[in-house]
Design a protein around this ligand. Structure first.
Ligand code: AMP
Ligand code: TRP
Length: 328
């Protein structure tokens, strides 16, 4: 089986956009690939964060991923900072990465524009740490959304630079684009995102979902109940695609165009379908013991370390560093 790696920051509760755009895909890919999934806490340090909340957030992200169906029997789930190899390789890769390439990164430009008071070096070399995450495991595939393609391309370039200068160590990874496009937020203005507060939290119950959906932006052509609409331009129709059974998707699609179903009924149906689809995730999350999560993460780190330390030894040797006494 080919190897795959992806990462997610422990930056708070997941929403249904993350689920449809990333996590659901991660769950499906575990059967086709040898998958490694990493909670990237070191990446989360590149913006201002509350140190008192970090460890719980990391733990909750791991618990949520398990609740969503990441199966520790199939995949390796671990925390980035539990392996020092990630920061070690990131440093070494920093030394073959041109600054000019990092200045081009869209995410760096966006984040530094938004955090003018905290443009730290970590934010700048963030993509190099991401390259280290991927290259340490010689991952062939990296499932990501559109916004991360640039980082995967850079990873390929860093791999080429290192291989060219020191001799071949790294496999060049390929981005595996998630088919679901960006899920828009309930305000219809931008992508669903926690920072824009336009999200449906993944663990929200049916009542909370209904309350969030009620004022959600829909097709602006449907001012009155009798105005026909167009699901293709409707802000929330993609959520029906994500969560509703085919029969409901078809019904909403047809009846919206003929003004036979109103937005109120459409949203009621959607709310129930989201809640029903995610009920098992909520239940698994509620009953997930802290010790279980810690056990999974420690076994994950152990498995990951076997691969990572072998790569690091090769890298050290090729780069000409003096071997540690006792090391192979
Ligand atoms: P973020 O929360 O932005 O760090 O994203 C975590 C993962 O969820 C990434 O793989 C994103 O591509 C994906 N994601 C985030 N927001 C959305 C969205 N609105 N629609 C689809 N995928 C998303
Ligand atoms: N930068 C990615 C994001 O913001 C998260 C990430 C870190 C990642 N390391 C990774 C994704 C390695 C894929 C592979 O979503």
């Amino acid at each position: 089986m080919k190897r795959l790696l992806s990462g997610i920051q422990p930056s708070g509760e997941l929403h249904v956009g993350n689920y449809l755009g990333a996590i659901r895909n991660w769950v499906a890919l575990q059967d086709e690939y040898e998958a490694l999934y990493c909670v990237v806490d070191l990446h989360a340090m590149t913006v201002k964060y509350d140190p008192a909340a970090m460890s719980d957030r990391t733990h909750d992200m791991a618990a949520t991923l398990l609740a969503c169906g990441i199966d520790p029997e199939k995949s390796t789930l671990f925390v980035q900072s539990h392996l020092t190899e990630h920061s070690e390789l990131a440093w070494i890769l920093n030394c073959v990465t041109p600054m000019g390439e990092l200045y081009r990164m869209t995410q760096f430009k966006d984040k530094s524009a938004r955090n003018q008071q905290n443009i730290n070096v970590g934010l700048f070399t963030y993509p190099v740490l991401q390259a280290a995450d991927i290259l340490l495991y010689q991952a062939a595939a990296v499932p990501v959304g559109e916004d991360q393609v640039q980082h995967v391309e850079l990873t390929r370039e860093i791999a080429r630079k290192f291989n060219g200068r020191f001799g071949k160590v790294f496999t060049e990874p390929k981005a595996l684009l998630t088919k679901t496009g960006r899920i828009r937020g309930l305000d219809g203005q931008a992508k669903m995102s926690k920072s824009l507060n336009n999200q449906i939290p993944l663990l929200a119950d049916e009542e909370a979902i209904a309350k969030l959906l009620r004022p959600a932006f829909t097709d602006p052509a449907r001012l009155r109940r009798t105005d026909p609409g167009n699901p293709e331009v409707c802000n929330i129709f993609p959520l029906h695609h994500g969560f509703s059974p085919d029969a409901d998707v078809k019904r909403v699609d047809e009846e919206c165009r003929k003004a036979e179903i109103g937005c109120v009924e459409c949203k009621r149906l959607l709310g129930r379908n989201i809640s029903d689809s995610l009920a098992p995730v909520r239940e698994r999350y509620e009953s997930m013991g802290r010790d279980h999560v810690r056990d999974v993460l420690s076994q994950g780190a152990e498995r990951a370390r076997k691969i990572a330390s072998a790569t690091i030894e090769k890298v050290r040797e090729k780069a000409g560093l003096l071997g540690r006494k006792g090391a192979k």
